[in-house]
Design a protein around this ligand. Sequence first.
Ligand SMILES: *[C@@H]1O[C@H](CO)[C@@H](O)[C@H](O)[C@H]1NC(C)=O
Ligand SMILES: *[C@@H]1O[C@H](CO)[C@@H](O)[C@H](O)[C@H]1NC(C)=O
Ligand SMILES: *[C@@H]1O[C@H](CO)[C@@H](O)[C@H](O)[C@H]1NC(C)=O
Ligand SMILES: *[C@@H]1O[C@H](CO)[C@@H](O)[C@H](O)[C@H]1NC(C)=O
Ligand SMILES: *[C@@H]1O[C@H](CO)[C@@H](O)[C@H](O)[C@H]1NC(C)=O
Length: 485
Amino acid sequence: MAFKLIPFVAFFLASNYVADAIIGINWGRQTAQRLLPAMVVDLLLQNKVPEARIYSSQQDILQAFAGSGISLTVTIFNVQNVATIELARKWVQEKVPYFDSANIRRVYLGNHVFRNGLTDKSFLNMAINTLETLQFAINEAGYADQVKVTFPNPEVVIKDNLTKPSEAEFQDDIKEEMARTLRILKKNNAPFIVEVFPISYVTYHNFDPEFAFIDNKSPFVIRDKNNTVYTNAFDFVHDAFVWALIKAGFPDMEIIMGQVGWPTDGFPGANASTAERFFKGMLPYVASNKGTPMRPGAPIHTYVHCLTDENKMPYYYPFARHWGIYRSNGEPKYKIDLTGQGRDIFPAKAKGIMHMPERWCVFNGNDTDTLKVKRNFDEACTTADCTSLAPGGSCSQLSFAQNISYAFNMYFQANFQDEKACKFEGLGKVVTENPSTGRCVFPVEVVKGQQVGDVAADGNRIHYHVPNFGIFLVLVSILWALFCD
Ligand SMILES: *[C@@H]1O[C@H](CO)[C@@H](O)[C@H](O)[C@H]1NC(C)=O
Ligand SMILES: *[C@@H]1O[C@H](CO)[C@@H](O)[C@H](O)[C@H]1NC(C)=O
Ligand SMILES: *[C@@H]1O[C@H](CO)[C@@H](O)[C@H](O)[C@H]1NC(C)=O
Ligand SMILES: *[C@@H]1O[C@H](CO)[C@@H](O)[C@H](O)[C@H]1NC(C)=O
Ligand SMILES: *[C@@H]1O[C@H](CO)[C@@H](O)[C@H](O)[C@H]1NC(C)=O
């Protein structure tokens, strides 16, 4: 037994990991109405979350995090914005005041550059050059040890027909570029970021659904080289990347699990109770510093994906909008102990949320002209979020007429109950009786507070103001933000 531990001990000594695994959280804002940054900081502090990732590097958000003690990972989606040394230096100059005050630790560059790089090599090479340039500009400013630039990596960057982690290697098409990236990361002691969504991973690989959970209750396990045994997708994917890195010549590069989530709608098996079970197993597992079969005892920094639902996520797949621990109104959906102690508790509630009145928009039932009905349904769902209607979703059991009502209401609420948004060529009507049925909730929107247009460009300080919409807003307008990343 002891001799087998030798490589692991060596691995430990060779790496410079901190002692404990950290559980962070991602906060995306592709939503119609957004929790204000200050409110989110408050939520994270109440839940004792030590690290967060945001999907921008906007000054107003950095400002809210400043002094909170929470460590931050920021994102630069548009690689072009920092693609020359001048632009990189300008970015650093703007953000440097926050490097210390908002405790910025990492910068994630691009939106899955290696996924796009599978088809666009010149873009990928530009992104890798930018990684190097931006890190150089950061190092030049004296933050080489604190702020690391890296790319987040979805599973598709490794060959996708794995039956065992040890089969993993980076896709042939990007091997060379990945090697160059890894050399840059290594030189700067920056981590490698992995994203995994076990619910879809097991479906896609035809593994037993139980394999998605840490507390796998089935006999289904995967045995691999070096006496390793896999009982769950989290370890499996982590170690697949360990093997891919070994084969690429970087056996001891730190891996951070940058997005690990479980949706609650829009996919078979996606609901609040399965999400609760998933995190109830996973977070204490991470906090235990048990490591994985290939890296026993090594802490795995893990980011829970994500804070709130994002009803404006692009419609790549129906569950894309349902990853939140919280609904978009700041109510937790299920019990989760974000400290990893496994306590049976709900996370703290966002404070001060106000709802619009109890009013819904529904289909009046006139289906004489089915094309017209269909057209209005499609129009509503183009802008509003109808993903709960998808197979396996919480509203997948509705009748045809209820389907139409659901769509009309989502559109009406997304327009903050503006009666003009319930016309639908004479097919819609406003009601005060709640049309929700079974698991399917017809939501009532929260009161909006801030108008689009407050944010001109990344970097502008935002001045909150109180717009005029009737009786609701006095109390709440300061609590909600509505602007684009
Ligand atoms: C995966 O697919 C590649 C090429 O499509 C093939 O060379 C390889 O043997 C496959 N691996 C497994 C484990 O099936
Ligand atoms: C796996 O085990 C073999 C044989 O004991 C050993 O040579 C090799 O270094 C191990 N691989 C890893 C990645 O630990
Ligand atoms: C959640 O999904 C699981 C797995 O498919 C299922 O057994 C359970 O009944 C679902 N729970 C609810 C409340 O729909
Ligand atoms: C129902 O819709 C048809 C076609 O759009 C319209 O001609 C008719 O007047 C409507 N009926 C009622 C009762 O509104
Ligand atoms: C309701 O809408 C969903 C999504 O468009 C569709 O999959 C489903 O078949 C519809 N149900 C009925 C009864 O029309």
